[in-house]
Ligand binder design. Structure first.
Ligand code: ADP
Ligand code: MG
Length: 247
């Protein structure tokens, strides 16, 4: 039995007379690790903000059966701000601690526990501006995980991380998905990583052009979403390989 954790029914969104999203229907199961792909401006971040409840005025229905942890596309922490890594992770508990932000020992222990799993516990007193790209990425993931979410949503979390770091990061997400049963939804332009690590893919460009098992993706699925964009070159020879124009 697959257990549905997110359901979107006929979701649409329009702003300033511009259609951003239309006719979006999907179900995500608890065990899924979903990659969302689509060109710039396709509406990926908008769809995510609808799932998070951050956008009002959309049409259709969204049903979420669990707590969400979120890693935003553009981090909003000023890197010159003298805040420590531990303090950043504790930000993920504001909903519980309230705006007074009185952290108890229990909160700090939970933060350190997550940081340990992501191997950044030794950096707890390090100022955020002094972290490497990979460490910062794992810090953002720690902040999203500290509240114990059922669903993890990441919007292009790859900035400033090299290929090797990326692989480690995807392995971590896969582990969270497989071992802790956390549903993972990841927006990314790194199609080769999406292909090797996720089990479902959503192709979005204003509407959902495909939503299927990663192993069943084919050339037409790409054509539909990248048709007007020269961003991608797709080679369908086995195994399916995608090369970015910038490579
Ligand atoms: N608040 C807004 N007001 C007007 N247009 C917006 C707003 N937010 C997003 N858009 C537009 O919606 C489209 C989709 O944006 P976005 O969801 O950020 O796409 P993606 O994440 O796929 O790159 C873009 O054309 C963008 O300019
Ligand atoms: Mg975006």
């Amino acid at each position: 039995m697959t257990e549905t954790i997110i359901r979107a029914k006929n979701v649409g969104y329009e702003t300033e007379n511009t259609l951003i999203l239309k006719n979006i229907n999907f179900e995500i199961s608890k065990k899924d690790f979903v990659g969302i792909i689509g060109p710039n401006g396709a509406g990926k971040s908008t769809l995510i903000k609808i799932l998070l409840g951050e956008i009002e005025g959309y049409t259709g229905d969204v049903e979420i059966r669990g707590k969400i942890g979120y890693v935003p596309q553009h981090d909003f922490i000023d890197k010159t701000f003298p805040i420590s890594a531990l303090e950043v992770v504790l930000m993920g508990l504001y909903k519980e601690t309230g705006i007074l932000r009185r952290f108890k020992k229990e909160h700090i222990n939970r933060a350190l526990e997550v940081m340990k799993i992501l191997e950044i516990d030794k950096l707890k007193n390090r100022k955020v501006g002094k972290l490497s790209g990979g460490e910062y990425q794992r810090l953002m993931l720690s902040r999203a995980l500290v509240s114990g979410p059922d669903i993890l949503i990441l919007d292009e979390p790859e900035a400033g991380v090299d290929k090797k770091g990326q692989k480690l990061f995807y392995n971590l997400m896969k582990k969270l998905n497989e071992e802790q049963g956390i549903t993972v939804i990841l927006v990314s332009h790194d199609i080769s990583m999406i292909f090797s690590e996720t089990n479902k893919v959503m192709c979005l460009n204003r509407t959902l052009h495909c939503h299927k098992n990663t192993s069943e993706m084919n050339r037409d699925d790409f054509k539909k979403i990248y048709s007007d964009s020269l961003e991608m070159l797709v080679h369908i020879d086995e195994p399916l390989k995608v090369v970015s124009r910038n490579d």
